[in-house]
Design a protein around this ligand. Structure first.
Ligand code: OGA
Ligand code: MN
Length: 198
């Protein structure tokens, strides 16, 4: 957890391979696949309230929200790790993170999520975006990188993060535009947002 907090303090974003142990990432992947195969993933929308809409081509993943009462030991373990991260970030960085909303996400091969910010126009509670990847043996040639733009300028430099199983990517939600590049295979993650109080 120290490395996550140090990276966040230094640059506002962080990548940590091996944040989830392999057996936990694998178990969560099985649960995501099971949700997919039993038809429990829903095409994701963008926006909030009246602006909420499903727009093909903007984001093509399918999701299932995690309940506050986790439905498996693996989900409980994931939430415990997120709670440790929340407490460390609040202690060291005074981020005032209050709760976590999180969902499984599955991008079919070829799907993408175009460049966006994770905060809504009329709701700025989302503070820290956290993504844990659940894909075994992901190769550079599989694509599907999370492309994080380091500032808001059109010609901003970027970093590309490979969605390798167990890797954590996190960043300040209001500061970093980002996109998901299309992949040659389906791509699984647990994506979440720590929120402040209103
Ligand atoms: C999102 C998102 C990034 C990723 O769901 O808002 O940007 O790498 N996900 O899956
Ligand atoms: Mn996003």
């Amino acid at each position: 957890m120290d490395s996550v907090v140090e990276q966040l303090a230094e640059k506002g974003w962080c990548v940590l391979p091996g944040f989830l142990p392999p057996d936990l990432a694998q178990q969560l992947a099985v649960e995501a696949q099971t949700l997919y195969q039993s038809g429990q993933l829903r095409h994701a929308a963008t926006g909030q309230g009246e602006k909420r809409e499903v727009r093909a081509g903007l984001r093509d993943d399918a999701i299932a929200w995690l309940d506050e009462t986790p439905s498996s030991a693996a989900q409980r373990e994931y939430l415990a790790r997120m709670e440790a991260l929340r407490l460390a970030a609040n202690r060291e960085l005074q981020l005032g993170l209050f709760d976590l909303e999180t969902h499984f996400a599955r991008y079919p091969a070829g799907a993408r999520y175009r460049k966006h910010l994770d905060v809504f126009r009329h709701d700025s509670r989302r503070t820290l975006s956290v993504v844990c990847y659940l894909n075994e043996n992901w190769q550079e040639s599989d694509g599907g990188q999370l492309r994080l733009y380091l500032d808001e300028a059109d010609d901003s430099p970027h970093v590309d993060i490979l969605p390798q199983g167990g890797t954590l990517a996190c960043f300040l939600s209001a500061r970093f535009p980002h996109e998901v590049l299309p992949a040659g295979r389906s791509r699984l993650s647990l994506t979440g947002w720590f929120r402040r109080r209103d």
